[in-house]
Write a protein that binds this ligand. Structure first.
Ligand SMILES: [Zn+2]
Ligand SMILES: [Zn+2]
Length: 556
């Protein structure tokens, strides 16, 4: 019966942070776990998101049975529309996860063709040779599952992301019993989240932030502005509960914050106390001491709600002296500069800014620390182990963490990077042939606009549409532009070909610069993003082409 071999094929998220995607193959049948995205580095300016290269799945399209989603974070679902545009396979996930996927598909006009299937924890699903059981796990987002996949060769356990939260705010406990049962019966392969392996001890429960949040409600004399990830439903629930207890009205600001809370509320995962929710346009009418604003944009994203609030460019909310702004989040490495810039703007308005690590904490991680990872290893006691979801150093550390199990049935641990495969058959496990992987840079359209079609900005695309460098020279002393901005382009139309378009493009850049506030002008990240968005809108309209735009700001 088990005459075929099993292949573990990581397409993203191993040896890199983000864009998690894993394919499993038994015989001819393939199933895919998660299809996430990665936020681009600052060097990739001009690109909105990065997704895995799905060439392997395309080449084997006839054999791909389904996509199974573990939870709704962007690094697990963000690439779903791009995968689906290449391969229309059925998708399985919990109701909340699929609702977030639906929102993305709708943005791309792809919802009608999508085949979405809701699953619940403890349910089972059979896809060819794979019998999958969904196991509830705790994480910073609700409705997360691990997968126990029974194959003819044995059970594969994929944890998704998790921490072992003993007191989750929704009282949905990590189903350690089921995990242990599988362990007792024997697990062929464990794949476990490695994100926080270098943190000793245990990660705090989501409830650990309540004392700090409560302190903010007690002490803040005026408006309280709290920013967190819009998907952190546990955190949002605690903020809303405190708003009710302390008699503050609440408002959600930011596109993702407003739509995610609506989805969670519709599914009964977020309880909004009666009468406390304000419409954004009514915010400034409420007495400052009676308001809590819950705002998206913790990472200093230039066009997010909080970044706009910070430079007084938000249409509903202004920060005034004596207000309190709290970042209930971590700084994702690479974003520090943008975040500190935003904090500086807020501080200049005379607000008290609360961020960073403190005790009691204002933020707790959603990923398990070393002892939780060890607990899962010990409960599952696999024959083979592959650490997943992190950079190489963390995968390697997780492999070391499992060493004590070599006396308890662990035959081998494999540290794989995306593209490296593992082969399991009746003989055992070994590394197999590598498959094509890579980073595909995608320009998902201007923020605030509905995206009509997807533009995949891979090399082919770049060679078709070229790139444009608007260069603006700013006088250090006056803060004003030195003459008309220059535009350099390659592979796109040149000044000789269409002098009018390029001349007007220079005016567009100048206008964007001059219509910005002095604070925005002093903020390179904000200026680059604004110029990029405006110039792209202009060039797309004029030429129907979407070159890569990389604004350059020079101080002279
Ligand atoms: Zn993740
Ligand atoms: Zn996650």
């Amino acid at each position: 019966m088990a005459d075929q071999k099993l292949q573990i094929i990581p397409l993203g998220g191993l040896g890199e942070f983000g864009m998690n995607c894993m394919a499993l193959r038994y015989g001819d049948d393939i199933m895919v776990i998660d299809a996430g995205m990665m936020f681009p580095d600052a060097e990739l300016l001009g690109v909105d998101i990065v997704t895995p290269d799905f060439t392997f799945l395309e080449q084997n399209a006839a054999h791909v049975r389904a996509l199974i989603l573990t939870h709704g974070h962007e690094d697990h679902i963000g690439a779903v529309p791009f995968l689906l545009s290449q391969l229309n396979i059925p998708i399985y996930g919990t109701a909340f996860t699929l609702a977030l996927v639906e929102r993305r598909l709708e943005e791309h006009g792809m919802l009608d063709e999508a085949r979405l299937n809701i699953v619940k924890p403890s349910e089972k699903l059979t896809l060819g040779p794979f019998a999958i059981e969904f196991i509830h796990v705790t994480h910073s987002i609700v409705s997360c599952v691990a997968l126990a996949i029974t194959t003819p060769l044995g059970v594969i356990l994929h944890t998704g992301d998790y921490k072992v939260d003993p007191t989750p705010t929704d009282n949905e406990l990590f189903d350690l019993h089921t995990l242990a049962e599988y362990g007792k019966r024997g697990v062929l392969l464990l794949m476990s989240d490695s994100t926080n392996v270098d943190r000793p001890g245990y990660t705090e429960s989501e409830r650990a932030v309540r004392p700090r949040l409560e302190d903010l409600f007690v002490r803040s004399p005026r408006r309280l502005v709290i920013s967190c990830f819009s998907s952190s439903i546990h955190r949002l629930q605690q903020i809303l509960d405190l708003a009710q207890e302390y008699g503050r009205k609440a408002v959600f600001l930011g596109r993702s914050m407003m739509s995610t809370t609506e989805i969670a509320h519709d599914l009964g995962l977020l309880t909004i106390p009666n009468g406390i929710l304000l419409r954004p346009q009514d915010v400034m009418q409420v007495a400052p001491s009676k308001l809590v604003a819950i705002v998206s944009g913790t990472q200093g994203e230039p066009l997010s709600a909080l970044s706009r609030v910070a430079v007084d460019k938000h249409k509903s909310l202004s920060i005034e002296a004596g207000d309190t702004v709290a970042l209930s989040s971590r700084m994702i490495p690479g974003n520090e500069k943008a975040i500190y810039r935003m904090i500086n703007h807020v501080a200049k308005r005379g607000a008290d800014v609360i961020y960073g690590s403190m005790n009691p904490p204002i933020h707790v991680s959603g990923h398990g620390s070393a002892e939780e990872l060890r607990l899962v290893l010990n409960l599952v006691r696999p024959r083979f182990f592959v650490p997943i979801h992190a950079e190489y150093r963390q995968l390697a550390a997780h492999a070391r963490l499992a060493q004590h199990l070599s006396h308890l049935g662990l035959e081998n641990t494999f540290v794989l990077e995306s593209g490296e495969t593992l082969l399991i058959d009746g003989e055992g496990a070994r590394k197999g042939e590598s498959v094509t992987v890579g980073h595909v840079c995608i320009d998902s359209g201007t923020i605030g606009e509905v995206v009509e079609d997807m533009v995949i900005r891979d090399r082919r695309h770049l060679s078709e549409d070229g790139f444009v460098l608007p260069i603006i020279a700013i006088n250090k002393n006056t803060g004003r532009s030195e003459g008309l901005p220059e535009i350099v382009s390659r592979g796109f139309m040149s000044m000789e070909e269409s002098p009018e378009v390029m001349q007007n493009a220079r005016q567009v850049v100048l206008k964007t610069f001059e219509s910005s506030t002095s604070e925005e002008r002093g903020d390179r990240g904000v200026m680059q993003e604004k110029i990029r968005v405006d110039l792209r809108r202009y060039l797309t309209k004029q030429t129907s082409r979407r070159p890569l735009i990389m604004p350059v700001i020079l101080e002279v």
